[in-house]
Design a binder for this molecule. Structure first.
Ligand code: F6P
Length: 322
């Protein structure tokens, strides 16, 4: 087995709470195992442009509880080009970095695979609030984002009740409705609109009207961004129902804040697992959370069949919000 001595770590794509905990674990577990660990700033952009520093134990002190990523992140257009991919691999060769740990979403893993094709060992750690990566039950940041949404909805509910209003809350998730579904169920939303399912606004309005008829004085409708604009949907619901309708788009606040304990634990376990996999000579793998354990799975799994919506939870949310 070819020994590894130097490991690089970067964060790429949208940031997610818990990325820092994952960086910390990669650095400390690496150093614990007598590896030298290099932090690459600004994702693949920094790799292409050699924005690299060696990390020490102290470099990752006091970050486990912080949101964002101390390594910064970027969505690198250059890394989508063969020239960018070649330069990225060249930097690793120049610094004699034997292996790279990439913390990010599926776009980031695609970049990692281009490096793997050039003979570099790579391990992916799924970090995205969207929880849209197949092969892992959870991605780093998802639990925190859901908790953030639930917290905000409980505040919205207060004012919704006082004014007897209907609130449309638009949440992130790209084309995946997981944040909407979990947050909707946890906050008792009346309707949850997700991109995975065709849902009729007439049905949503019917439900609203029924609720008001039996004395409900406010409603919360969660719209996952993949369905469309919360403002547009709010307008349509207002036109169809005549109810006093307000819209809140939660946006990037869902990406910030300290990681939940669950995210910090998963992130630490995934960071540690990434080093274990590399020490065992593995490459082109992703760390995954399966049955409450962090394991390694082939990176291709991340591009496998799309993660379906949890229909049991979705149906339950419908049954509980009658
Ligand atoms: O993938 C994470 C995510 O926050 C998505 O939910 C959202 O669609 C997107 O990133 C927003 O990206 P940006 O921060 O580049 O606007």
């Amino acid at each position: 087995m070819q020994k590894i001595f130097k490991v690089g770590v970067l964060t790429s794509g949208g940031d997610a709470p818990g990325m820092n905990a994952a960086i910390r674990a990669v650095v400390r577990k690496g150093i614990f195992n007598r590896l030298r660990v290099f932090g690459i700033n600004h994702g693949y952009q920094g790799l292409i442009h050699k924005d690299i520093r060696e990390m020490q134990v102290g470099s990752v002190a006091d970050i486990i509880h912080r949101g964002g990523t101390i390594l910064r992140t970027a969505r690198s257009e250059e890394m989508r080009t063969p020239e960018g991919q070649r330069l990225a691999a060249e930097t690793l060769l120049e610094y004699e970095i034997d292996a790279l740990v990439v913390i990010g979403g599926d776009g980031s893993f695609k970049g990692a695979q281009t490096l793997s094709a050039q003979g570099i060992k790579v391990i992916g750690i799924p970090g995205t609030i969207d929880n849209d990566i197949p092969g892992t039950e959870l991605t780093i940041g998802f639990d925190t984002a859901v908790n953030t949404v639930v917290d905000v909805i409980s505040k919205i509910r207060d004012t919704a009740t006082s004014h007897e209003r209907t609130f449309i809350v638009e949440v992130m998730g790209r084309d995946c409705g997981s944040i909407a579904l979990r947050a909707g169920l946890a906050s008792g939303a009346e309707s949850i609109l997700v991109p995975e399912l065709e849902q009729s606004l007439d049905d949503v309005v019917l439900k609203l009207k029924k609720g008001f008829a039996r004395g409900k004085n406010h409603s919360i409708i969660i719209v996952s961004e993949g369905v469309g604009s919360g403002y547009q949907i709010g307008e349509e619901i207002y036109k169809k129902s005549g109810f006093d309708t307000k819209v809140t788009v939660l946006g990037h606040l869902q990406r910030g804040g300290s990681p939940s304990a669950l995210d910090a634990v998963i992130a630490s376990a995934m960071g540690g697992k990434a080093i274990d996999l590399l020490l065992a000579g593995k490459s082109n793998m992703m760390t995954a959370y399966v049955n409450q354990k962090v394991v390694g799975v082939p990176m291709e799994v991340a591009y496998g069949e799309k993660k379906g919506l949890d229909m049991d939870l979705y149906n339950l949310a419908g049954e509980l919000s009658i």
